[in-house]
Design a protein around this ligand. Structure first.
Ligand SMILES: Cc1cc2nc3c(=O)[nH]c(=O)nc-3n(C[C@H](O)[C@H](O)[C@H](O)COP(=O)(O)OP(=O)(O)OC[C@H]3O[C@@H](n4cnc5c(N)ncnc54)[C@H](O)[C@@H]3O)c2cc1C
Length: 423
């Protein structure tokens, strides 16, 4: 088996792993980043949710996610933010700087949340969004034009229109119209449609169908399909052809904004000297005799088998979806190191699928100390040179709290920084 030595090895190609690798590389460390597949970022809306709803009134969007988090960490010491919120501002600034340099700027709405329209016509509270989703305050808008594509079956502008009107977020007198665009007649998903729109001729044909519906002052909302690799160009061309602002709504998976962010971070990592081994699965680990430290991690990938020896390891292998956890009857296991998992054998899920409290299995995961080192039931560090970040951390219920990418970002940043400092 071939072997490779590095300062830091990061396991996981999701947001937590990529941010950990980027931060460690920025601090001058040699980093190897591995993942067996893409992270759940590639399925997500692409927004960075910090905290979605008020702690006191969970039906109300959080006006200040930072305020909610500072109150949360006082009352819930097991939440991942209780271990990583000390780097919250640094991690957000780092992320925005990386995205800007990668040509995909992410914008904040002051200290508050954006309320981003979704494909279902709800408003999603999220903290950082790509420029293409930074919709201005809908209360100031006199006319909205929703653009649908007959060939795209994941986006129904009529549903969006009805629900936007119902949610009471539009000023009285605001007009809402729909433009139905027809293309080839063949069904497409968001990714194939985004590829087609990268061709200027196709975009011009689309705009020719939209233009008759435009009047001065119209805000145009489109599904998230404005290109992938040539996204910036597609947005510029669209704005020039339309002569008015157009924004993407938050869509269903596969969602281009999440894919674009993943692409941009990977490009940044490679440019900054990180060795990225995608399609590589960690199948075993080698520990020292006392089982206190990890000595090496063994991988199987496209290039064959490889052993990577590092001074420190960041475990960012996700939850059940990413593959970091697996479940059997009455049992939840961490799949790589066999670390102890915090879970409730009697409380996995609520009866109602859409229960507001969220299903408990989303909060199963590792317990960590202030240094993000996994600990056992008595609080003892399991492996001294292994840190954990992202969705593998227990204690947060991201689908209801709306903090998935926020936890991945802050804990990934902190883990990369601590690993670089020497664990
Ligand atoms: C459909 C969907 C939509 C979402 N939308 C949003 C949203 O709009 N906003 C938001 O803030 N959050 C959203 N979330 C939540 C958010 O995406 C996640 O909480 C967060 O991105 C988790 O990142 P992660 O890096 O911790 O884990 P993951 O993204 O799950 O990454 C885990 C990585 O580990 C790798 N891995 C696992 N085991 C191994 C192994 N043995 N060897 C090698 N590699 C391994 C996986 O291949 C993967 O690359 C969404 C989640 C889903 C599922």
């Amino acid at each position: 088996m071939n072997s490779k030595k590095t300062d830091i090895m990061v396991i996981g190609l999701g947001l937590a792993g990529m941010v950990a690798a980027a931060r460690a590389a920025e601090l001058g460390k040699k980093v190897v980043l591995v993942g067996k597949g893409a992270g759940s970022l590639t399925l997500s809306s692409g927004g960075i949710d910090l905290w979605g709803y008020s702690l006191e009134q969970p039906e109300k969007p959080a006006l200040s996610p930072r305020h909610e988090i500072s109150r949360l960490v006082e009352r819930n010491k097991d939440h991942p933010y209780a271990k990583a919120a000390d780097v919250l501002e640094d991690s957000l600034a780092f992320f925005q700087a990386v995205c800007r340099s990668a040509g995909l700027p992410y914008l904040s709405n002051g200290l508050g949340n954006w309320l981003v329209p979704t494909a279902l016509g709800t408003l999603r509270p999220t903290c950082l969004v790509p420029e293409s989703m930074a919709v201005p305050d809908l209360q100031q808008v006199a006319r909205i034009l929703l653009v649908g594509f007959a060939e795209l079956k994941d986006f129904y502008p009529a549903v969006l229109a009805v629900n936007l009107q119902k949610c009471g977020c539009l000023p009285s007198g605001c007009r809402l119209d729909i433009a139905d665009v027809r293309m080839s007649g063949r069904e497409m998903n968001a990714v194939t449609l985004a590829g087609r729109l990268e061709q200027l001729g196709v975009l011009e044909e689309v705009v020719a169908q939209i233009r008759p519906h435009l009047t001065p002052g119209t805000l145009v909302l489109v599904p998230p399909v404005l290109g992938r690799a040539r996204h910036r160009q597609v947005r510029e061309n669209l704005a020039a052809l339309l002569g008015c602002p157009a924004y993407e709504v938050a869509g269903l998976p596969p969602a281009l904004p999440g894919l674009r962010l993943s692409d941009a971070l990977l490009t940044h990592l490679k440019r900054n000297g990180v060795t990225v081994l995608s399609g590589s699965t960690v199948h075993s680990v080698r520990l020292d005799e006392q089982r206190r430290r990890c000595l090496a991690v063994q991988l199987a990938g496209p290039g064959g088998r490889l052993e990577v020896q590092a001074a420190a390891y960041v475990l960012a292998s996700g939850s059940f979806l990413g593959g970091g956890l697996k479940a059997g009857p009455g049992l939840v296991q961490e799949t790589i190191f066999g670390l102890p998992v915090q879970f409730d054998p009697d409380g996995w899920a609520c009866e109602e699928f859409l229960d507001r409290r969220g299903h408990a299995f989303n909060s199963f995961g590792l317990r960590v100390n202030e240094n993000l080192q996994p600990v056992d039931g008595e609080g003892r560090v399991c492996l001294e040179n292994v840190l954990a970040a992202g969705a593998i951390l227990g204690g947060s219920n991201w689908p209801v709290e709306k903090c998935g990418n926020g936890v991945a970002l802050t804990s990934g940043y902190k883990a990369g920084q601590l690993a670089a400092g020497g664990v």
